[in-house]
Design a protein around this ligand. Structure first.
Ligand code: ADP
Length: 286
């Protein structure tokens, strides 16, 4: 499965230009992390990909065919977890999934439901009412419904928001397992979500693609632009984008990204987060 975005534009009726001239190729099998600060345009892009919104310019091609023609086919191949996914509180997990399976037109749904419940590790909650579940468990139900019917294309919009660190790790493992033979697009503003699991990263900000490539390639863009220094006075921070401030027994150690590091900064190996913040800070400075 391959999705191509060609010069994609989205301007909302109020004039807000949420996406500008986006060109991207997404190809299975892949786990693609879509990163960007709040308001970058991630949700808008996902809504366009699931044909919940129509672009105001450009085209989306699914396996070479325009989305307008393939919308029905795409929807049958798609599992989607939107950001504000509503669950029916009074249904049990199994009842809810049965309802979603019926909406998706799945036959013999009993086995399918058991499989997705197992995939998200919710076997012991299958008969529990949704209103009794924790935030993480509810998210798992959302992911389970996306997995129904084994779709080859999965879109998760900010799936780990509000989860505790342990639950996040569980989800990351689940995503990498599900992406082995499909196209999974994961939108997030949490770098750790994509750090270890995504083989491709797309960074967008202000509706534009700032980067597309492997995590290693993103890290390479920040080599020589990450430095650490001891905090002395506010002046020394001018022109720097401080990414961390750590209290130590010898004072406050600062970590910063900058186009040109000051001489007092010790050059450090960039992390993925440094590289992402460097990219975003450069965009903001322009
Ligand atoms: P993200 O998911 O990265 O936080 P969004 O795609 O939700 O970003 O939003 C991108 C931009 O479009 C933001 O400036 C947002 O305020 C704006 N926007 C989103 N939805 C609408 C809408 N329905 N009408 C007008 N503007 C919108």
């Amino acid at each position: 499965m391959q999705i191509e975005l060609q010069d994609l534009n989205m301007t909302y009726p109020n004039g807000k230009q949420a996406l500008q001239h986006l060109n991207l190729a997404l190809k299975a099998p892949s786990l693609i992390g879509l990163l960007g600060p709040n308001g970058a345009g991630k949700s808008t892009l996902m809504k366009l990909l699931v044909a919940a919104l129509m672009p105001t310019g450009g085209a989306i091609l699914v396996d070479g065919q325009p989305l307008a023609k393939t919308e029905h086919m795409l929807k049958s191949k798609l599992g989607y977890l939107p950001q504000d996914f509503g669950l029916f509180d009074e249904l049990t997990v199994a009842q809810f999934l049965d309802y979603m399976a019926a909406l998706k037109g799945l036959h013999d749904s009993k086995k399918t439901i058991q499989e997705v419940i197992r995939a998200v590790n919710l076997e012991e909650k299958a008969k529990a009412k949704i209103r009794t579940l924790s935030g993480g468990q509810r998210q798992r139900v959302g992911i389970a419904q996306a997995l129904l019917g084994n779709p080859p294309f999965l879109i998760f919009d900010e799936p780990t928001v509000g989860l505790d660190p342990e639950e996040r790790i569980h989800f990351r493992n689940l995503f990498s397992r599900t992406a082995q033979d499909r196209l999974v697009l994961l939108s997030t503003h949490i770098i750790e979500d994509v750090q270890s699991v995504c083989n491709q990263i797309v960074v967008i900000d202000h509706g534009k693609v700032l980067f597309t490539g492997t995590p290693e390639k993103l890290i390479q863009t920040a080599v020589g632009h990450v430095g650490a220094f001891w905090e002395r006075d506010a002046k020394q921070e001018q022109g720097l984008h401080i990414t961390a401030r750590v209290n130590t027994s010898q004072g406050i150690r600062c970590r910063a990204v900058a186009d040109r590091l000051p001489t007092y900064a010790k050059v450090e190996e960039p992390s993925l987060e440094d590289a992402y913040l460097y990219l975003i800070s450069r965009e903001a400075a322009q």
